[in-house]
Design a protein around this ligand. Structure first.
Ligand code: SAH
Ligand code: SF4
Ligand code: F3S
Length: 497
């Protein structure tokens, strides 16, 4: 593995491409008599979100503005995911609609990137059946985006740029447009070495490559000084951070150094693999209150036999030991998980084991999935694939149990007052704010009369009232009611205001 740090020369070349694109975009805007727009539709995980923020940075830098979600933009980018089958289906379904947009505006640029592009059959399908797609590139080609755009605009040819190589790019020259003004996504490593037998990620994202801790910490210092309240350290398996580099520190040490940086009120990380999480990570969480009181620990199954066939490298007893240790060390924290139902060969007895572990761990919430057969993975050719009706039936029972536990967890915090990091207005009402507790619980809360912000009483009936102005602000909120998947509350006071 080699780290490619973008050199001064390359930065100059990169900047000259950006300068060309800026000129080109401004000429086109003048021709059309309006500012040109872009939109990025992101599917999949936070790593894709982080890539999309870099791609948005390029668009903004060359003079485009973001379009509304449902209006046809001049530049459309689809950042895809292929973790389960329905993700693929959704992309090809949506492409049909974008074709009509392109017919209305033949100058429109449409590109597809992300994990689906690491599967040759998807690229072939786009080449052959979707000629209106202008460019395809892979997850390892994000830093090449300006030159891909330049090739298309300059030479007017379709561009297919899907790198095979797993190199790690310290893409320190790419501008980033962060989606949330309070949250910075920071990948600390790329790829995955685990080859869980059901999973495509090792094929789409390549082998594990940790970034240099010095670079990560420098970036974190900058983000803190820019005023970001929250940072999310990202990787498919953050607990194996540094193991691919002899000289590197461990994830627990990186987390500790991040927590000591002044400025962040919340440090989050995902995802933790149960086989690699060390006690030090749990102790570090205990020691630093600015680390989120939440651990996402994907269990996948509670059956030893299934875990072995999944190639997870832990058994039920080891998982329980970690989960219960976490509960004991951080009793106020939340513990969440991922579960797959219907893995090949799963019997009723195996499934019962999963339910048993869920009851013991009392997960505060869980992402539950029906097993999806992914071409090229080991599990796809395993015998005894489970019929859909059995999967659906087990999935129903799993949801029933987990939903009850989630509701119970939400009820357990009623009556307490917690610090909330506000994310904006709630989806349901203009005067209800939404945000998260330190333990990542979603809270929707009202603003009672008489509350002051920056010296002024808030009047939610004033037509100029905009709940989104509080994005990134910390507040104390009394938790008053539980809903199945969220908590309700009432604002007591703003912390900074
Ligand atoms: N790296 C993380 C998971 C990333 S994928 C980890 O190992 O914990 C997120 C989740 O998608 C997984 O935890 C798993 O529960 C689910 N998933 C992955 N492949 C799947 C498949 N083929 N079918 C159903 N669910 C799957
Ligand atoms: Fe997929 Fe397993 Fe890697 Fe997670 S650890 S990304 S589930 S292969
Ligand atoms: Fe999907 Fe790729 Fe993430 S397959 S879950 S976008 S790493």
């Amino acid at each position: 593995m080699s780290t490619v740090i973008v050199s001064q020369d390359e930065i100059l070349r990169y900047n000259s491409i950006l300068a060309y694109l800026k000129n080109e975009i401004s000429a086109r805007a003048e021709e059309k008599g309006r500012t040109l727009t872009y939109f990025i539709r992101t599917y999949g995980c936070q790593l894709n979100e982080a890539d999309s923020e870099k791609l948005a940075g390029v668009f903004q830098d060359i003079g485009l503005i973001e379009a509304e979600e449902n209006e046809a933009p001049d530049f459309l980018l689809l950042n895809t995911c292929t973790i389960r089958e329905n993700a693929d289906v959704r992309l090809f379904g949506n492409l049909g609609m974008y074709k009509t947009w392109k017919i209305q505006n033949p100058d429109m640029f449409i590109a597809v990137c992300g994990c689906m592009m690491k599967q040759q059959e998807n690229v072939d399908k786009i080449k052959k059946s979707f000629p209106f797609v202008d460019a395809c590139f892979g997850p390892a080609d994000i830093h090449l985006f300006p030159s891909i755009l330049e090739k298309k605009l300059n030479q007017r040819k379709r561009v297919f740029s899907i790198s095979e190589e797993d190199y790690l790019v310290e893409d320190n020259c790419i501008p980033v447009k962060r989606k949330r003004k309070f949250r910075a996504l920071v990948p600390i490593m790329y790829g995955c070495n685990n080859f869980c037998t059901y999973c495509v990620v090792p094929y789409t994202r390549g082998r594990e490559r940790s970034r240099e801790s010095g670079m990560i910490l420098k970036q974190l210092e900058e983000l803190a000084s820019q005023g970001y309240q929250e940072v999310m350290l990202l990787g498919q398996n953050v607990n194996s951070y540094g193991k691919d580099r002899e000289e590197e520190i461990s994830f627990a040490e990186l987390l500790e150094k991040a927590a000591r940086i002044k400025g962040f009120s919340r440090i989050r990380f995902m995802t933790s693999h149960p086989k690699d999480i060390s006690d030090e990570v749990i102790y570090t969480m205990q020691k630093y209150p600015n680390i989120e009181r939440h651990l996402h620990l994907p269990m996948q199954s509670g059956s030893d036999r299934i875990l072995k066939n999944m190639n997870r490298h832990y058994d039920q007893a080891q998982f329980l030991k970690t989960a219960l240790k976490f509960r004991e060390c951080l009793p106020d924290a939340t513990l969440t998980t991922d579960i797959i139902v219907g893995f090949p060969g799963e019997t009723e007895e195996d499934f019962q084991q999963t339910l048993e572990v869920i009851k013991k761990c009392k997960f505060d919430s869980a992402f539950t999935f029906q097993y999806s057969k992914r071409p090229g993975t080991k599990a796809a050719s395993m015998p005894d694939q489970i019929p859909q009706d059995i999967v659906t039936e087990r999935f129903g029972r799993l949801l029933e149990l987990q939903n009850e536990l989630t509701f119970e967890s939400n009820r357990s915090v009623i009556g307490t007052t917690e610090e909330i990091l506000i994310e904006g207005r709630s989806a349901t009402a203009y005067n209800i704010l939404t945000g998260r507790t330190r333990s990542n619980r979603l809270v929707n809360f009202s603003i009672p009369e008489g509350i002051k912000y920056q010296g002024k009483v808030i009047d939610t009936s004033d037509p100029s009232f905009d709940a989104n102005q509080f994005e990134g602000v910390l507040a104390m909120v009394k938790l008053t009611g539980a809903r199945p998947f969220s908590v309700e509350g009432e604002l007591e006071s703003f912390i900074d205001g």
